[in-house]
Every structure is written in C-alpha cells, then in structure tokens.
Design a protein around this ligand. Sequence first.
Ligand SMILES: *Cc1c(COP(=O)(O)O)cnc(C)c1O
Length: 396
Amino acid sequence: MTQTLAAHCRERLAAVRAAERFRRRRVIEGAHAPQVVADGQRCVNFCSNDYLGLAAEPALAQRMARAGERLGTGSAASQLVTGHNVEHAALEAELADWVGRERALVFSTGYAANVGVVSALMTGGDHIVADALNHASLIDGARLSGASKHVYRHADAVDAADKLAACDSGNRMLLTDSVFSMDGDTAPLCALAELAAVRGAWLTVDDAHGLGVFGAQGAGRVAEAGLGSDRVPLLLATLGKSVGAAGAFVAGDDDVIEAILQSARSLIFSTAPPPALAAAAREGVALARAGDARRRHLMALIERFRRGALELGLPVEPSDSPIQPLMLGDEAQALAVSDALLARGFLVGAIRPPTVAPGTSRLRITLTAGHDEAQVDALLAALAAVRPAADSRRSA
Ligand SMILES: *Cc1c(COP(=O)(O)O)cnc(C)c1O
C-alpha cells in the first residue's frame, strides 16, 4: 500500500512527538557569546562548542570581512577545479604546522571530513574497529565505506584489542574520538596507539573537542599524548569549535593526504568553502595557538564548576574537558531540568536519544573561555535550586 508523502510525514512526526523526541531550533539573535538572546529570551549560553571564545572575536570577523572585500564570497567550484584559493593553501600549511604533520587537507565541515576520509581509505573486505560512542560522522563514514565494522566498549582498549585480533584479513582501521562529544571523557589514546602498532592497524583520531583546548599551543589531545604521525597516521579536527570559524581538516603524511585528496567524494563533489572563511580560520588558528591565557581561564572554570557540582552532590562524570555532562538518565527529567534552567536564564542542552543511548539522557554543560566565574557560580546556584524537582521526578 502506498501512502502520500504528506501522510507519511505526518505519521512520522506524530511518532516523534509521541516519543517526546520532537526537536525545535531556537532562533538566536546577535553574535555568538556567553550571553545570547534565544527565542527572544536573554540567557547565558552553556551549550556551545566555542571553547576559546573565538566565534565572535572581532579579529576573526575583521579578517573575514577584509578577505571578503578582496576575494568575494563564493569559491564557485570544487577544490580540484578552481575552488582552492591561496587562503585555503595557507590555512592548510598553518594547520599542518600546528598539529605537527606533513600536510593538512581542509573540508567544508567535520561531518564531510569524517565521512570522506573513512570512506576514501576503507572498502569492502577491510575492518573498522570503533569506539561505541564515536561521533555520528565517523559511524556514517564507516557505513559508507563498506568495510566490516566492529564496535568495542567505550574507551576500553582491552575490548578493542579483542575485536582487532579477530580481524584477520584486509586493512584495519582503529577509529575513535579523542574527547567524546557527549561525555567529555578521553579515549585511552596511548593504549590504542600501542595496540594499533602491534596489530598493524591505522589509528584514526577525531580531535574535534581536543584541538585548541589541550596540549602545548592547544595542538590537541593527540599532541598532548605525544603521538606523532607514526602512531596516529590520521588526525582529524574541526575549525568550527575552538577555532571559532567553520570547516575541518585531516592531517598526516604527504602521501596519505594526497590519496585522500584524490578520492574523498565529500571533497571532490563539493564546492570549496569560501576563501574568506579560510582567512577567518587562519586568524582563529593564530589566536588559538597563542591562547594560553584563554586556556588557563577555561581550565580554572572547569575546576570551579566540578568542585561546585561535587559539593552539591550533582551527578558529574569523569571529564577534565570543557564538556561536563550531568547524567540524569530519564529523558523527561533531562528536559524538565533544562526547561527549569532556561526559566532561570541558563541555556543548557538536554541530550537524549537518539543522540545518546536510552536511559543515559543528560544535561550537556559546556564551558568556554568566554564565561566568567560569576556565570559559573550562578549556573551552580540555579542547578542547586532546580535539583529537588529533578530528584523527585527520578524517584517517582
Ligand atoms: C562537531 C563534530 C564533528 C562535526 O564537525 P562539523 O564541522 O560540525 O560538521 C565531527 N566529529 C566530532 C567529534 C564532533 O564533535
């Protein structure tokens, strides 16, 4: 039996609403900042990934505007045709230098980079051994590649070793986020590197939430762990988080990057990002590298939040990153606490299925260098005030 498209969609929407999983976009007014106006309401934003507070930094906007005046807006073609501007080339060289790799290749988004890189290098008969909590873009890249996929328990290098040992043919890729986007914890990178070396697997790390935040000059969690391209031959990260711009890149040895450029379909069949955006990203990279003061301030806020939350008996998780989830479990409860916080002027995302597994709904609080101590203290006070409602719902 066929159905009209409209009827089909109404049915799906009804199911989403019935499951209380209907999601709405908020309309944000003005520049991105710790203080935002969301749907007309002024609030303090604790759910952005702008970890260094660069998304609204005037130096980036000015550089983007100047480049726009000179270079226009559109890149008008794929990188492999005429879309690769001197700004992109300079950005790639600066990114490679930052993360200590021979070469970097820029993509329009992190999603495109991850899907493109994994599917370009892996194929049917190969094996991808992946952390259970990897970002959706890595999961989709693995699916698209046609390789067999083996999922190991989150951050469990022993289980990863077992899974890897069972792959006895084809090429093997060990695939993980560095800092996990919804949990804030970090993969056991050194153990995974050891394992990959022993088994001859290609360790691929998505450092989207580590770049800019960890390591000397903010070179990321992989750099902080001292893992060069011999241990982590494929390093991915985005430019839309701590770098304050948009886009992403993969970095590695020259031949590896060249092979990706020749075959990543999400790059080849996609218009290059605007050159002015690359100019803004270059400014973001320079400020992130020189951003020790921002990083120190951010780390102090993370400490302050965790200390305060522990004193309040809130369900904090083992995370030393700007991502500080409070695990609530129940979807309705996570939504209720998020709504109660918004009523008090704090924007905090309730993360629930399908983004996370059922029963692990949570508040995802993110701290940035743009916040100040008073805002963190005020958030803690608001959490203390809304908690009784949360507890009674949980025990109900
Ligand atoms: C945000 C994110 C991406 C996607 O990057 P976009 O540039 O937003 O498409 C990929 N991987 C991880 C781990 C992320 O957190």
